[in-house]
Design a protein around this ligand. Structure first.
Ligand code: UD1
Length: 354
């Protein structure tokens, strides 16, 4: 059995870590292809090094570009890779341009495609991620859904026969790293002289928050007005857009900081008063760590976090201020994102006779 995993962006490296481990444990030949969508060391190499993932077998070095240019460059390069390896499965992850390119290339070469994190929907047709996930789900042969809600979305689109509920592989890696981090004080807290529970961790990188200067300025001003320090772990996209439009990412309570390695992020979030983000993964990580989350978006794919009260959608400065100071949500033992053993189920599903 040979599986080719195609990854390219930061959240995909996190999901790859437990899959790589489970593939090795099952004696499966696992080829890792990195498209090069993310190339900064702090968005890429640090995840491979820290999460014990083997170096990519193939690196396409595609880099940045408009959606069409970036996706097209990957598509063009992947044909030769799949032709050389002829895997039993191509495994694609999440909802980035790397996901779509790999799914389209593989399906056209008649190589079975499995989509990890299938069935998520924001129903916001302006998001590039929504295009990518809808098209990938409809192209793929096997849909590995993280949640019951995702299973229902796939069923509503006529895809039930190809769907399996496996749980969320981000739970696998998060629980492992949380246990490793333990009570070790957060490096970020020490570096910035912050107090336990005396700051918020923020990430903002989505196109809908960064690409319109007025929107980005309003989000930055909203975060700057919060009464405790807000450490913005600034993705290159937000740094570039802020610089282009003269928007300060360090102002008032807001302090810009480079992105963190995974374990450092988890320990920074664990000691924080809350997380403010537009990232998909971080909303869920906050919930799994039982850290209150405020999401700067008009909708979320991870609806369970909102229904359980651990996540609130907030867009204006007033909404953000109200959400971050809300009382701590009611404790819950709900586990909508699985039991931390999703990756083994993924490999079992790929090994099952077709
Ligand atoms: C991508 C995903 C998004 C995911 C995010 C995680 C798509 C459509 N979007 O968004 O779903 O949540 O990754 O971070 O695939 N850049 C660098 N260095 C890098 C990578 C990017 O400087 O290593 C800059 C470039 O200027 C680039 C911009 O960031 O133009 C955006 O990068 P891109 O890969 O297009 O998408 P992300 O915003 O990272």
């Amino acid at each position: 059995m040979k599986i080719v995993s195609v990854v390219g962006a930061r959240p995909q490296f996190v999901k790859l870590a437990p899959i790589h481990k489970a593939a090795q444990a099952a004696g499966v030949e696992h080829v890792i292809v990195h498209t090069g969508q993310h190339y900064d060391p702090m968005l890429s190499d640090v995840f491979f090094d820290d999460l014990g993932i083997a170096a990519p077998d193939v690196h396409l070095g595609v880099g940045s570009g408009s959606h069409g240019v970036q996706t097209g460059a990957m598509l063009g390069a992947l044909d030769a890779v799949f032709d050389e390896h002829r895997p039993d499965w191509v495994l694609v992850y999440g909802d980035t341009n790397s996901t779509l390119a790999a799914a389209v290339s593989a399906v056209k070469m008649h190589i079975p495609v499995a989509h990890l994190e299938a069935g998520l929907r924001s129903f916001n047709r302006r998001m590039p991620e929504e295009h990518n996930r809808v098209m990938t789900d409809h192209a793929a042969d096997l849909l590995l859904a993280p949640t019951q809600v995702a299973v229902e979305h796939l069923s509503n689109e006529g895809l039930a026969a190809r769907t399996i509920l496996v749980g969320d592989v981000m739970t696998d890696v998060l629980f492992e790293v949380r246990d490793q981090v333990g009570e070790t004080p957060s490096k970020l807290m020490e570096e910035l002289g912050l107090e336990d529970g005396g700051y918020y961790v923020a990430t903002i990188h989505r196109a809908e928050n960064t690409d319109d200067p007025a929107r980005l300025a309003a989000v930055a001003a909203g975060l700057a007005a919060i009464e405790k320090p807000v450490v913005l772990l600034a993705h290159p996209r937000v740094v570039a857009k802020a610089a282009a439009h003269g928007i300060a990412l360090t102002q008032g309570s807001l302090v810009a900081h480079a992105p963190l390695a995974y374990a450092d992020l988890i320990s920074a979030a664990l000691s924080s008063a809350g997380v403010v983000t537009d990232s998909g993964g971080l909303q869920k990580e906050a919930f799994l760590l039982r850290v209150p989350c405020t999401t700067v978006r008009t909708e979320t794919e991870w609806v369970e976090t909102v229904e359980l009260g651990w996540n609130v959608l907030a867009n204006t400065a007033e909404e953000i201020a109200a959400a971050v100071t809300r009382p701590r949500p009611t404790e819950t033992d709900a586990a909508p994102y699985g039991d931390g053993r999703a990756a083994a189920r993924v490999i079992d599903a790929l090994l099952a006779p077709r």
